[in-house]
Ligand binder design. Structure first.
Ligand code: B12
Length: 314
């Protein structure tokens, strides 16, 4: 992979750079076709001081996905190779689950990257293979001592894989809207709130995830600093504990006076019983969160005299 000869016109956070030949070889097309696509704007490249075209890893990934190219040499783009995933028995169900159970972090990561390059978005990956694998793991062991260790490892590997996938996204636009989110006091679950952040980042938002077990005082501080358009809250305990429930209600009341939406999700959200508040939505999936975020951003791009209204909740 080439290093840019200069930083002129190069985004500081754009990742490694490729020459047109690198990318052409990786997707099995001619270098001249690749250069033509750069010149007609289908593919964005920067120029070195010597006038050579250079393509960022983010842009190469975007291009491969949007044009549905088969990536013959993912390693050229710095991505995991297909042989990172060990062959499973023909028809074996749920490869991602198998990789988590085998503690094969490289295969789990390669699986997500492959699905992503094939066009599956973050939200569908979260609601699909990742959620399904963890649900399965929860059923297999139901918190026996061995099960707890397996759940922790599975969570960590899923977290790492998703964080890696996220690193393939371009940096959030400077003028994008901000979203801040958390899992509340006493809620230990890492993945759902991290998923919300990744899904919003993919939709072009500037995300600020405070992670699990976040008290109201910390959320207040983060909101004051970031001035978010959306605050998400991931509730994984079916019956949220008393402190969490009280703090979320306070937060919802405080945000009613601002132009901020609150998105509640997770198995504990319905139990809060927060209904009929104009700026609050309870949603069931990452796909719904992505749709809401894109809808809001689109309404911003086309300003209308009235405020965009929130999509109907479940
Ligand atoms: C991993 C795990 C743990 C780990 C968590 C590690 C960590 N740091 O994250 C550990 C071992 C700590 C743990 C502990 C416990 N766990 Co546990 N755990 C799980 C497990 C296997 C996976 C959870 C997970 O991350 N899933 C992946 C996420 C992404 O999926 P999801 O939660 O379904 O979320 C999806 C949607 O709901 C939605 N969503 C979720 N949040 C949000 C938020 C927003 C804003 C939006 C838009 C959408 C959204 O999108 C997600 C993707 O589709 C589940 C099994 C399961 N069915 O989920 C049990 C499970 C959740 N645990 C359970 C239990 C009982 C416990 C304990 C009480 C056990 C105990 N006796 O101590 C403790 C409680 C811990 C606590 N303080 O809350 C039960 C809950 C039962 C219930 N009805 O509430 C489950 C369902 C297992 C089971 N089958 O019984 N657990």
């Amino acid at each position: 992979m080439a290093e840019p000869e200069t930083t002129r016109n190069v985004q500081p956070d754009a990742g490694p750079f490729l020459s047109p030949k690198d990318l052409a070889d990786a997707i099995g097309v001619s270098e001249s076709s690749l250069k033509r696509w750069v010149d007609d704007g289908r593919l964005v490249a920067v120029r070195t001081a010597g006038g050579h075209r250079r393509i960022s890893q983010h842009e190469a990934v975007r291009f491969v996905r949007s044009q549905r190219f088969a990536l013959l040499h993912p390693e050229t783009l710095g991505l995991p190779t297909n042989d990172a995933q060990p062959a499973l028995e023909a028809g074996a169900p749920e490869p991602f689950l198998q990789y988590l159970l085998a503690e094969n972090a490289a295969a789990a990561r390669a699986f997500l990257v492959q699905r992503y390059l094939a066009g599956v978005g973050f939200a569908a990956l979260c609601d699909g293979p990742i959620r399904s694998a963890l649900t399965h793991i929860g059923e297999l062991w139901r918190h026996s001592e061995r099960g707890i260790a397996i759940e922790h490892r599975a969570t960590d590997i899923a977290f790492q894989s998703l964080a890696y996938l996220r690193s393939l996204l371009p940096p959030s636009p400077e003028d994008g809207w901000t979203a801040v989110g958390f899992a509340p006091s006493g809620d230990a679950y890492l993945l759902p709130t991290m998923m919300c952040a990744a899904v919003l980042a993919e939709a072009g938002w500037r995300d600020r995830n405070l992670g699990p077990d976040t008290p109201l005082v910390a959320m207040r501080e983060a909101i004051a600093m970031a001035n978010p358009k959306v605050v998400w809250c991931a509730l994984s305990q079916e019956q949220p504990n008393e402190v969490a429930a009280r703090e979320i209600r306070e937060l919802v009341d405080e945000l009613a006076t601002r132009d901020t939406y609150v998105v509640l999700g997770g198995r504990g959200a319905p139990a809060l019983g927060i209904v009929g508040r104009e700026h609050v939505l309870t949603v069931g999936s990452m796909v719904e969160l992505a749709a809401f975020a894109r809808g809001l951003a689109a309404a911003r791009a086309k300003p209308s005299p009235s405020q965009p209204s929130a999509p109907a909740a479940d």
